[in-house]
Design a protein. Structure first.
Length: 233
């Protein structure tokens, strides 16, 4: 990004290859400090998209970034879904799971969100930094048990999990937040259908819930849309 001299915009690039790193942590700390300094007269505008979980790493002390990254990789390698990964991530994070919104209080918070998760759950997209979490520490423990990781956790992770609240923060504590979905799989399909109908086709969305690991041979079938009497891929 090219910025004019003396610009007030600060750009911090990080999370190369969608993995949290030192630069992403630097950005997360800067965002945390900004949020903590806001007042009731301020507005925090947040832009959220897929990849936000890696871009906003702020592990709860004493967890180290390397420890959290290793745990995330182990979950992914054992087949954990994005929803499961993000439940674990936000349980171990200062900013995820609504943490950013809570730090910004009493400022008003507006989040504009591009969803990369089926069903558009705002507390799962980018691990929900501005959304009330619908999950508890018990959900995190169940996921770690499911993938046989509960008994091989770093001491720091064990410490945080043992001291985490048993219930999520109440939704009414997020009355200062507006989360707005700007783009999603469902919206894209609806627009594709509208465009096809505008061209005179009888279009039908086959599914808005297809998900899973995609190989090269799977792409045509997953991208198919039924138009009129023919199936176009």
């Amino acid at each position: 990004m090219l910025l004019k001299p003396h610009s007030k915009i600060q750009v911090i690039e990080g999370a190369k290859n969608n993995l949290p790193d030192a630069e992403a942590l630097k950005g997360a700390v800067a965002i945390q400090e900004l949020a903590e300094g806001l007042t009731a007269d301020d507005l925090l505008l947040v832009l959220i998209s897929g990849g936000g979980s890696a871009l906003l790493p702020a592990p709860i002390p004493p967890i180290l970034l390397e420890e959290k990254e290793k745990l995330t990789k182990m979950l992914a390698s054992r087949g954990a879904a994005i929803q499961e990964l993000n439940i674990v991530r936000k349980t171990l994070s200062v900013l995820k799971g609504g943490g950013l919104a809570q730090l910004a209080h009493p400022a008003q918070v507006v989040s504009l969100i591009l969803s990369d998760v089926i069903g558009d759950p705002v507390d799962i997209i980018a691990s929900g930094p501005t959304a009330a979490s619908s999950h508890s520490v018990q959900d995190c423990l169940q996921i770690l048990t499911k993938y046989n990781l509960l008994h091989s956790l770093p001491k720091s992770v064990q410490t945080v999990l043992s001291s985490s609240p048993t219930k999520p923060t109440a939704p009414e504590n997020y009355s200062h937040v507006s989360n707005i979905i700007l783009g999603s799989n469902t919206l894209a399909l609806e627009e594709a259908k509208r465009q096809a109908e505008g061209l005179g086709y009888a279009a039908l969305v086959l599914s808005a819930a297809v998900q899973g690991e995609v190989g090269r041979d799977d792409i045509p079938s997953l991208c198919s849309v039924r138009v009129g009497m023919n199936e176009v891929q």
